[in-house]
Design a protein. Structure first.
Length: 116
């Protein structure tokens, strides 16, 4: 069974950068659709990006397009979310998400706080 563990969340100033990691175990990420989500205080969960090997593309929400970049390292069984030009409204708990054959897997989340 796939297990996902996020890391890399931190307190960062506006305009700064962070790279989140999502390490997978129990199965290879290769066949999964992998995405990043976030939940800000008092708001609904928001989908940020997703990618799959079969699609060969990565999709981004308008709120992060041009600032966030998702990548995957198959050898390390890990996906990343590079976040640049962070804004206070990016403050949230960030989650990694995997889907295969309609079965979903979630990590526990990592906190990102953007504040001066």
């Amino acid at each position: 069974q796939l297990q996902l563990v996020e890391s890399g969340g931190d307190l960062v100033q506006p305009g700064g950068s962070l790279r989140l990691s999502c390490a997978a175990s129990g199965a290879s990420l290769d066949p999964y659709v992998i995405g990043w989500f976030r939940r800000a205080p008092g708001k609904d969960r928001e989908g940020l990006s997703c990618t799959s090997r079969s699609e060969g593309r990565t999709f981004y929400s308008d709120s992060v397009k041009g600032r966030f970049t998702m990548s995957r390292d198959i050898a390390k069984n890990t996906v990343y979310l590079q976040m640049n030009n962070l804004k206070p409204e990016d403050t949230a708990v960030y989650y990694c998400h995997g889907v295969i054959f309609a079965t979903e897997y979630w990590g526990q989340g990592t906190q990102v706080t953007v504040s001066s």
